[in-house]
Design a binder for this molecule. Structure first.
Ligand code: HEM
Length: 397
């Protein structure tokens, strides 16, 4: 896959996708004013120690980020606030709620395939994008038909998303964040209408559960519900879209593994896990040092911003044998695609379920699924993500 990555718009920072290894596991980068963490054990150290490595990053270090409203945003919180909010949210977003979605995920996938009037289609447009979007809209109880509206806000916001930096000498980052914030506001206004409606008319949906969830007598404010719902809408669909597309891309590049998965559906789940390792949809996570630390033999002072490259750690040969090979037989596969520690992806079980159900159905419904190499796939341009945003396929039923 390495020879073609340049054609596919792979971000220049993602050197590990070109078969290159980082020079060191921990490196300061003057251009971004941040420390980049590439090594697996170093990433695990950071992610497992929230007292030393804080998630309160954006407000403290990212110029322009003071324009965001972080109320209710789990990703920016440390204990004890993080534990309290995550417990509240987990009461609404339960494993049962997720498991119960399986039949509806299958139904939506089948309907999307039924609606195809050709066997040459873009997997992202036709299935990988609408599926998670419909699933989240159903969870929230918002109209499925609004998905194009939401896609537009998400696309606009993604188009603006460049490399986040700890310095902003030309004001470019502050301007870009202002534009993303405007898209965010449209989404938040939309969600606020639905939240206000659920307070008056409770329904059997996640927004109602979030509005009603209680820990120690405390409830979420409207603003917190809206900000959290907005995070779910965004975090939950873009990444899951990429997971599906990336898995198809990997299986196409390794036809013998595609044949194994076709022959034995028990291999669908490991194929999804290996895809999370090999092309990790969320490429990095941010942290800040609360104290002076020594990491990977390098001294990092306190109050520094760190970008932990989950995608690079997932290719660290110290942890994964032959890391540049997509291999569905890896056991165990301790990838960091959903991170680790207290911020471990809250939607991981849902993303895995969607990936597993959709891939199985695609294999059932199509005797052949090949990437159309005359129309190259395109990766999302933001360095925070690794994944295809278009994936033209040639299929045979
Ligand atoms: C956090 C990846 C799907 C909701 C995270 C983190 C990662 C991640 C790496 C942790 C970042 C950190 O350590 O700072 C992914 C990937 C997905 C996916 C690769 C799909 C393949 C979803 C879905 C939802 C979701 C479907 C919900 C519907 C969240 C939330 C957090 C989170 C709420 C914040 C958790 C916290 O800070 O405690 N995700 N995610 N994600 N994810 Fe996901």
């Amino acid at each position: 896959m390495n020879a073609t990555t340049d054609l596919w718009n792979v971000h220049p920072r993602h050197r590990w996708l070109r078969g290159e290894r980082p020079n060191q596991p921990v490196e300061f980068d003057d251009e971004t004013g941040m420390w980049h963490i590439y090594g697996y054990p170093e990433a695990v150290t950071v992610l497992s120690d929230p007292a030393t490595y804080s998630n309160d990053v954006a407000r403290r270090f990212v110029p322009g980020a003071d324009q965001w409203d972080f109320d209710g945003n789990l990703t920016q919180l440390d204990p004890p606030e993080h534990r309290k909010l995550r417990t509240l949210i987990s009461r609404a977003f339960t494993p049962k709620m997720v498991a119960d979605l399986e039949p509806s995920i299958a139904k939506v996938t089948n309907t999307l395939i039924d609606e195809l009037d050709t066997d040459e289609f873009d997997l992202v447009d036709a299935i990988a994008y609408p599926l998670p979007m419909i699933v989240i809209a159903d969870l929230f109880g918002t109209p499925r038909e609004d998905r194009d509206l939401i896609k537009q806000w998400a696309d606009d916001s993604l188009a603006e998303r460049g490399q986040i930096k700890a310095k902003d000498e030309d004001g470019e980052q502050t301007r870009s964040i202002a534009s993303q914030r405007d898209d965010q506001r449209k989404m938040n206004d939309y969600l606020l209408e639905h939240v206000a409606n659920r307070r008056k008319h409770p329904k059997d949906d996640l927004l109602t559960s979030l509005v009603q969830a209680e820990v120690d007598g405390d409830r979420l404010s409207d603003n917190q519900v809206v900000n959290f719902a907005s995070l779910l809408f965004f975090a939950g669909h873009v990444t899951t879209t990429m997971l599906l597309g990336n898995t198809l891309l990997c299986l196409d590049a390794y036809p013998e593994q595609m044949a194994r998965v076709r022959a034995d559906r028990a291999l669908v789940a490991p194929a999804i896990e290996e895809s999370l390792r090999y092309l990790s949809p969320l490429a990095s996570a941010y942290r800040a040092t609360n104290v002076d630390v020594e990491l990977g033999g390098t001294r990092i002072p306190k109050d520094q911003m760190l970008e932990v490259w989950l995608a690079a750690a997932n290719r660290d040969p110290r942890r994964f044998t032959d890391p540049d090979t997509y291999d569905i037989s890896r056991t165990p596969n301790p990838h960091l695609g959903f991170s680790q520690g207290i911020h471990f992806c809250l939607g991981g079980p849902l993303a895995r379920l969607e990936g597993r159900v959709a891939l199985s159905i695609l294999l059932d419904r199509f005797a052949e699924l090949r990437v159309d190499h005359d129309r190259a796939p395109e990766f999302l341009t933001s360095p925070d993500f690794t994944g295809v945003w278009t994936l033209p396929l040639r299929a045979r039923r």
